[in-house]
Design a binder for this molecule. Sequence first.
Ligand code: IPM
Ligand code: MG
Length: 371
Amino acid sequence: MHKVALIGGDGIGPEIISSGRVVLDAAAEKFQFDLEWTEFDIGADRYLSTGELLTEDDLQELGKFPAIYFGAIGDERVKPGILEKGILLNLRFSFDQYINLRPVKMLEGTVTPLANKTPADIDFVVVRENTEDFYVGIGSRLKGHEKKNLEVIRELYSVKFGLDVETDSDELAYQIGVITREGAGRVISYAFDLAQKREKKLTSVDKANVLSEIYGLWRDVFLETAKKYPDVSHEFSFVDAITMWFVKNPEWFDVVVTPNMFGDIITDLGAMIQGGLGLAPGGNINPDGTSMFEPIHGSAPKYKGQNVANPLATIWAGSLLLDHLGEKDAAAQVLRGIEASIREGIITRDMGGSASTSGVGDWIAGWILKN
Ligand code: IPM
Ligand code: MG
């Protein structure tokens, strides 16, 4: 029996999650295990009525689950950043979900914008660091009265830009990225382990030619870790270059490990080359704690309640969830079910079909039970 927490969230979130849930329930029935779901009311509606984003209580309760199935967060009534930081990033950070696992795999029957590339060419995994880098939230807009540890920055900027931050209020903003040896080490080790189980090739992404302090440390840790994996070939790629290679030679890649912010950027690109955001799943993983599985896309508020959103990224995230819980056969069957629905044209209108959100989920659930 597996206990799973459900957070539908905002916009299309609740619809895609309920479609995913139907599919996972079918997989559980087929492979004879139980899934016990507990729903959590977290998101914009609650925030607007109570002012609560994520409470101590929420964290305490959610922390009892090995996995959270998460829809999407984001609502037009709330200023951008509040829900994202207060809920999504807060969950990733609070549960120390230091691995953001994002497969970039083109399924049979999908369309990539890359000319002449097929499913055989597009099949790699991005392992994004999920707790550090420019996501640590250290930064400020400098006003005259805020001097915090900024003597150095202040001097530099008054010389370079001629600003007097004592008097020019709100004239300067800064944000700091942080990489720690431990933080880099654990995600890089995870990526090497994963590469060992796949094609034994790992690419590290950075920008050590410019941001040489933080990504210099990242590189050092990568090279030290590489020594423990003599059977895995490894290489570096600067982030600007990798955007080019993802487009030109996606077949080159097997596992790609990246600091947080570059990972955010290149996985949207990855989603596009595999066939669109509607298909891209992600797992936020703490191997020893509470992990969380979600589609990479957002809450698409304008489609809320219309039963038209594509649930495939969420269903695929559900497959990652089952895999994480050790239900490997069920996870594989869910992915086959997704492929079958695409093959049979049971797809939503963003993919050129006319099926509804719930229709796709119900169809895949039925396929899973019959096959
Ligand atoms: C993602 C998203 C989030 C991120 C946002 C919504 C905070 O873009 O999961 O990729 O930046 O990580
Ligand atoms: Mg993103």
